[in-house]
Design a protein around this ligand. Structure first.
Ligand SMILES: O=C(NCCc1nnc(-c2ccc3[nH]cnc3c2)[nH]1)c1cc(-c2ccc(F)cc2)cc(O)c1O
Ligand SMILES: [Mg+2]
Length: 214
């Protein structure tokens, strides 16, 4: 049995990035996925939009749904202020195993808690397990048909507060049409679309930023 795409991505990081330098880890993954083998990281173009929204929000507590190999986990954690925390949920143990190593290679393991399991089971446990009152920022990048149920779950569990910013990847490709309808038609959200491209391609994609109004 050969290596997997995430394992080859990890090898590229270990070969081309500098330990403890998040920027070099991000560049090594972007180079590998643009020139060697495509992978479903948010990527460098949408990554700049993620960076700018994060800098604006400067969250103390952040949640990521869909770790994959940890690319956006590193992008988010590198911009967090000291003492801030990022919790990231990953369903697939093989993805989680690679992500842990990439997050550690970037030197960001103290800012990140990676939890393995289905988001639907873990979200209701956030308060009791991690002492979270509410999230300042949520990055949705997991299975696109989970965006709506998990947003509703975050509301029902009291994990969103007035001003919490949700940022959703892939609202065009692969697409999350029900999610766009939900946040754009709800009086409880103020939404804005950031047009971009699917990672490492010329295909249109974009990020939807939605502020919870309480
Ligand atoms: O499927 C995607 N992302 C999801 C991975 C994931 N990583 N972890 C999860 C998880 C985590 C906790 C969960 N709890 C319950 N389900 C869960 C699923 N899901 C995805 C796919 C594409 C894509 C575009 C065009 C194509 F031709 C093929 C593919 C692009 C992207 O940017 C993506 O993000
Ligand atoms: Mg994505």
């Amino acid at each position: 049995t050969g290596s997997s795409r995430p394992q080859r991505m990890l090898k590229a990081v270990q070969k081309n990035a500098t330990k403890g330098d998040p920027k070099s880890v991000i560049s090594a993954i972007d180079y590998y996925c643009r020139h060697k083998e495509w992978a479903m990281n948010v990527g460098d173009e949408k990554g700049l939009i993620l960076d700018s929204v994060l800098t604006e929000v400067n969250p103390s507590t952040a949640l990521e749904l869909g770790t994959y190999c940890g690319y956006s986990t590193v992008r988010i954690a590198r911009l967090l202020s000291p003492g801030s925390k990022l919790i990231t949920i990953e369903f697939n143990p093989a993805f989680a195993a690679v992500a842990r190593q990439i997050i550690a290679y970037a030197g960001l393991q103290d800012k990140v808690t990676l939890v393995e399991g289905p988001s639907g089971d873990l979200i209701p446990k956030m308060k009791e397990r991690f002492g979270i009152k509410s999230f300042d920022f949520v990055f949705l990048d997991h299975w696109k048909d989970r965006y709506v149920p998990d947003t509703k779950l975050l509301e029902d569990c009291g994990l969103l507060r007035k001003g919490t910013v949700l940022l959703a990847d892939n609202v065009i490709c692969p697409g999350a049409p029900e999610y766009l309808k939900y946040v754009r038609n709800s009086p409880r959200y103020e939404s804005q679309y950031y047009k971009s491209n699917l990672e490492y391609t010329k295909v249109e994609d974009g990020l939807e930023k939605s502020v919870f109004l309480g």
